[in-house]
Write a protein that binds this ligand. Structure first.
Ligand SMILES: Cc1ncc(COP(=O)(O)O)c(C=O)c1O
Length: 460
C-alpha cells in the first residue's frame, strides 16, 4: 500500500468502513464449528440436521447453475470412463480442452488469441502476472515489473494473487504484498468520495491518482493494471459509469497492460456473458473460473490477446520451454464439465434470464432502503451488496468490533438464508437459475435478519 492510498477520503465518519474484517476469527470458528452441509437441489442446500437454506451466495460466488445438474454429472462420468487424465505439456493435448478453448475464444468479449488453463482463480491471476512479466522481458523492458490493483480488491490467495489483492487480512502477518504490488483507491463513490464530489469528479480524481502513481513510480516500471470489472469480495463495488473510460485512457497513455479478473463476473453474472462487456473494458487478458464449470469441478481459463501471445511465443522459442504448467491444467474431466456448463448457459439463455431477474433482486432490495440500517444498495445482474450503516445521513459506519454485518448474516442463516457479510456489507450472489418467487423469498428472509440486527444495534 502506498502513502497515496492510505487516506480513502476526508470524511472522518466514514473511515472505519474501509476496514474489511473477516467473517470470523480462527478461535471463534473452532469453538463454534461449521454448519455441515449435506446435500443440495436447485438453489437450496440442507445441513446434516435437515435444516434447509437458500444458497444466496452460490457457495463462493461460483455455483451458477445450482445443485442437481445431472448433465454435468453425466459429462464428468463419461469423461472419467474415457480419459480421466491427460496433460498439456510436451506436445500433448486432448479433445475436451481443445473444444473448450475454441468455445471460449468464440464467446470472448474482445478479440482473444489463446487460452491458458489452470485450476483456480488464484492460479489464473498468478499465471497472468507471470505472463505480464514474461511479456515485458520479451519486449526488452525488464524494468516493467510493477502491478497496480485496487485496495479492497480480491484476486486470490497464491503469493502473487494475494499481493494483487488489496485486503488487509491477505497481507498482514504474511509479509505481503510483495514489493512492486501497488494499490489505488477503489472506485466506490459512496465510501471514498469527498464532500460535494459527484461521480464524474470522483472518477476524474481517481484517474488523476492513478496517473500520479504511475509518474511517481516511473511509467517504464509499471507492467499491468489488474481489475475486477465489478469488485466482489471487497463488498460488491460497482464502479461509476465513467470510471473505466478514464482509467483506460491513462493505461493506454503509458502502454500498461490491462488484466480483467472475471473470476466472479464472467458467464452471465452481470447481465452480459462477461463483466468486461457490462463495464466497457478492453483488456489484454481475462481470467475466468468459478462459473466456467458452475463450480462442479475446479478449472480456470486465462484469455490472452494476440499482442501478448506474440511476445510469449517469441520468448519461449528463445528459452525452449514455457515454464508455467500445472499437472492438472485443463484437466479433461473439468474441461468436459465446463463445455457442458457453457452449453447449458446457451440453451437456457442464461444472460437473458439474468436480465429478467435483475429488477426483482435489485428493486426488491431497494424496497428496503427505508430501513434504518440500510445505507447503500448496489449491484448489477444477479450480484448485489447492501451496506449497513450507523447513520444513513452521514454514512457513518458501525464500529467494526460490533460485527453488525456478521450478526446480520448469522441471523439470515438462522432464518434459512446463506448470505455473506463483507464487513458490514451483505452480499448476494444467488445461482443464476433463481426464479422470481425464490428471489422474493430470499429478500423476505433477509428482511427478518435486518430487523433482528436493528434490535441488536438498538441495544448496544
Ligand atoms: C475476483 C476473484 N478473483 C480471484 C479469486 C480466487 O479464486 P480461487 O478461490 O478459485 O483461487 C476469487 C475468489 O473468490 C475472486 O473473487
Amino acid at each position: 500500500m502506498t502513502e497515496q492510498t492510505k487516506q480513502p477520503n476526508s470524511f472522518e465518519a466514514r473511515d472505519s468502513a474501509s476496514v474489511v474484517h473477516p467473517l470470523t476469527n480462527l478461535k471463534e470458528h473452532l469453538k463454534k464449528g461449521p454448519v455441515i452441509i449435506n446435500d443440495g437441489k436447485g438453489i437450496w442446500v440442507t445441513d446434516i440436521h435437515g435444516k434447509k437454506y437458500i444458497e444466496g451466495m452460490s457457495g463462493l460466488w461460483c455455483l451458477s447453475l445450482g445443485y442437481g445438474q445431472e448433465r454435468l454429472v453425466e459429462a464428468a462420468t463419461k469423461q472419467l470412463q474415457k480419459l480421466p487424465y491427460y496433460h498439456l505439456t510436451n506436445h500433448k493435448s486432448h479433445q475436451p480442452v481443445i473444444e473448450l478453448a475454441e468455445k471460449l475464444l468464440k464467446i470472448a468479449p474482445v478479440p482473444m488469441s489463446r487460452i491458458w488453463f489452470s485450476n483456480s482463480g488464484s492460479e489464473g491471476n498468478d499465471s497472468a502476472a507471470r505472463i505480464v512479466w514474461y511479456y515485458w522481458n520479451s519486449k526488452k523492458q525488464p524494468k516493467r515489473r510493477k502491478m497496480i490493483s485496487h485496495l479492497r480488491a480480491y484476486h486470490g490467495n497464491t503469493i502473487a494473487s494475494a499481493s494483487l489483492s488489496g485486503m488487509h487480512y491477505n497481507h498482514a502477518s504474511f509479509g505481503l504484498p510483495l514489493d512492486g504490488f501497488l494499490h489505488v483507491t477503489p472506485p466506490h463513490h459512496y465510501r471514498y468520495s469527498q464532500e460535494h464530489e459527484d461521480e464524474d469528479m470522483f472518477t476524474s480524481r481517481l484517474a488523476d491518482e492513478l496517473e500520479a502513481m504511475i509518474l511517481k513510480e516511473g511509467p517504464d516500471t509499471i507492467a499491468a493494471f489488474f481489475t475486477e470489472p465489478i469488485m466482489g469480495s471487497g463488498g460488491v463495488i460497482v464502479p461509476p459509469d465513467t470510471y473505466y473510460e478514464k482509467i483506460q485512457v491513462v493505461l493506454k497513455k503509458y502502454d500498461i497492460l490491462l488484466v480483467a479478473d472475471e473470476v466472479i463476473t464472467a458467464f452471465g453474472r452481470t447481465g452480459n456473458m462477461f463483466g468486461t462487456t457490462t463495464m466497457k473494458l478492453v483488456p489484454d487478458m481475462i481470467v475466468c473460473a468459478k462459473g466456467l464449470s458452475s463450480a462442479y469441478l475446479p478449472i480456470s481459463a486465462l484469455m490472452i490477446n494476440e499482442r501478448v501471445f506474440k511476445e510469449m511465443s517469441e520468448k519461449s522459442d528463445e528459452i525452449g520451454v514455457f515454464g508455467l504448467t500445472f499437472t492438472y491444467s485443463g484437466h479433461p474431466v473439468s474441461a468436459k464439465v465446463a463445455i457442458e456448463t457453457l452449453k447449458i448457459y446457451e440453451e437456457k439463455n442464461i444472460v437473458e434470464h439474468v436480465r429478467q431477474m435483475e429488477p426483482f433482486l435489485l428493486n426488491g432490495l431497494r424496497e428496503l432502503s427505508y430501513h434504518p440500517l440500510v445505507g447503500e444498495i448496489r449491484g448489477k445482474g444477479l450480484l448485489a451488496g447492501v451496506e449497513l450503516v450507523a447513520n444513513k445521513k452521514t454514512r457513518k459506519a458501525f464500529n467494526p468490533k460490533i460485527g453488525v454485518g456478521k450478526f446480520c448474516a448469522e441471523r439470515a442463516e438462522h432464518h434459512g438464508l446463506i448470505i455473506r457479510a463483507i464487513g458490514d456489507t451483505i452480499s448476494f450472489c444467488p445461482p443464476l437459475i433463481i426464479k422470481e418467487n425464490e428471489i422474493a423469498l430470499m429478500i423476505s428472509l433477509f428482511k427478518k435478519a435486518l430487523d433482528d440486527t436493528l434490535s441488536m444495534t438498538s441495544e448496544t
